[in-house]
Design a protein around this ligand. Structure first.
Ligand code: ASP
Ligand code: MG
Length: 436
């Protein structure tokens, strides 16, 4: 069971989470994020330290410490546990202050960023112990690792998670930190922002748990963005590939790469709502439901680049030259459409845009459109299926569509539209595809 920052965001929430994780009475592995806002504060502290402003850092540290003192006063009923946790917090905050006196590099930053999860897991473990539950805190730094490519080292995780469990037998609840890990060199590192989902999926896959539950504060994945579209509904079941496409193309509920380990291990992932624990949520598993469109998602901040050249006509190797330019600037491409005399593609990372455009001009006439949005329709879109592509395109008959990509996978059609058309595109798709 993984709980995100909002789900452990106050003393009361931590109590609610404790109730949820103990209610089944079965042995449960729990992954926690830092309390909401904490990782952002730790990033801010690091920013001040990079800028050699210890006073700025200390101000944030002091504010954060005040908040935590309040939380522990509310969380614990006994003086013993309150004092024990207060002592732990005092040491934590002294540790954070110690960074204001030393040379600050990215190594120190990663150690600082790790403290949010270390604090939240200690608080909840102490609370469970105070309630008389057999709870064991395992340090993710002892068994979650990345390899030399900064990707999770799954074999290491599987082996060492088992070693940790065997060394600590007989507990009802095992708790560990999301997000944090060690890298191939043994240094403290992390799985990037929002990485706690990833930790949970890695551990669930490594231990072959019955399922992986990701607890957030909404009722599963919706069939469209509920913030901008009316009448969205939760999707009850998704195939792993469908969930991966939705997560990558904008559904904020899940970290995009995190479901891969669960998919390979065949462990279902269930998205659940801490505010409404009995709601069914969304289950993601290896079953592909045929003949349905599941959901629509949008990815903002897309830049479209078109390269047109008569030299492309009947030539080979043109696309390779174009793609190599993007590769050399470590810029990944999302959508591609080609014709005999041109290619259009999209990127979301524009940090090297000027250099990329400069190099592309050797090969043709280049034009750029910014502020575009990829709208992605996900479901059973295999090529044998008839009707769904037509239906989606029919929904967009009033919208100036810049690119369409279909056939890349069996689960997706993507449309590129201008940001100004995002809302009406999403609404039109919902009205046509999910009208009951
Ligand atoms: N605490 C980390 C973050 O805010 C990891 C997570 O919450 O998943 O990014
Ligand atoms: Mg999160």
């Amino acid at each position: 069971m993984k709980f995100g920052g909002t789900s452990v965001g106050s003393a009361q929430r931590m109590k609610d989470v404790s109730k949820l994780i103990t209610s089944s009475g079965e042995p449960t592995f729990v992954v926690l994020s830092a309390m909401s806002g904490t990782t952002n504060s730790l990033v801010e502290i690091s920013d001040y330290l990079y800028k050699k402003n210890p006073e700025g850092a200390n101000n944030i540290i002091n504010k954060l410490e005040q908040k935590y003192i309040k939380h522990i006063n509310e969380l614990y009923a006994t003086e013993e546990y309150r004092e024990m946790t207060a002592k732990f917090l005092r040491e934590e905050f002294e540790y954070l202050r110690s960074f204001t006196k030393i040379l600050f590099t990215s190594f120190e930053e990663k150690v600082i960023l790790a403290q949010g999860e270390i604090i939240s897991t200690n608080m909840v473990t102490n609370y469970l112990k105070e309630c008389g539950i057999k709870a064991c805190l395992l340090s993710a730094l002892d068994f979650v690792r990345t390899d030399k490519n900064a990707e999770p080292d799954f074999n290491y995780i599987r082996e060492h998670a088992k070693i940790q469990l065997e060394a600590n037998p007989g507990y009802q609840i095992y708790i560990t930190q999301g997000f944090i890990c060690r890298n191939a060199y043994g240094e403290v590192d992390n799985l990037l922002r929002g990485g706690s989902d990833y930790t949970a999926c890695l551990i669930g896959a490594a231990l072959q748990t019955e399922e992986i539950q990701i607890w957030t504060d909404i009722d599963g994945m919706h069939n469209n963005d509920p913030r901008i579209v009316q009448n969205t509904k939760p999707v009850r079941q998704l195939y792993f590939e469908e969930a991966a496409e939705l997560a990558y193309f904008g559904a904020k509920i899940l970290h995009p790469t995190c479901i891969q380990p669960a998919k390979f291990a065949g462990v279902p992932v269930r998205l659940l709502n801490t505010m409404d624990p009995t709601a069914p949520g969304t289950i993601i598993n290896n079953e592909m439901e045929h003949g349905t469109i599941k959901a629509v998602a949008a990815k903002d901040g897309i830049t479209c680049i078109q390269i047109q050249s008569s030299r492309m006509l009947l030539a080979h190797g043109f696309l390779r030259k174009v793609f190599e330019i993007f590769e050399s600037y470590k810029t990944s491409i999302d959508m591609v459409c080609t014709s005999e005399v041109g290619v259009s593609l999209t990127i979301d990372n524009t940090s090297h845009l000027t250099d990329i455009l400069d190099e592309l001009k050797q090969y043709g006439t280049v034009s750029v459109e910014k502020d575009m949005v990829i709208i992605c329709v996900v479901g059973d879109l295999s090529t044998e299926n008839v009707g769904f592509e037509t239906l989606a395109c029919e929904a967009l008959k009033q919208i100036p569509v810049r690119m369409i990509s279909y056939g890349g996978s069996n689960h997706n059609i993507s449309y590129l539209v201008s940001k100004d058309d995002k809302q009406r595109t999403l609404q039109a798709l919902s009205d046509t595809l999910f009208k009951d």
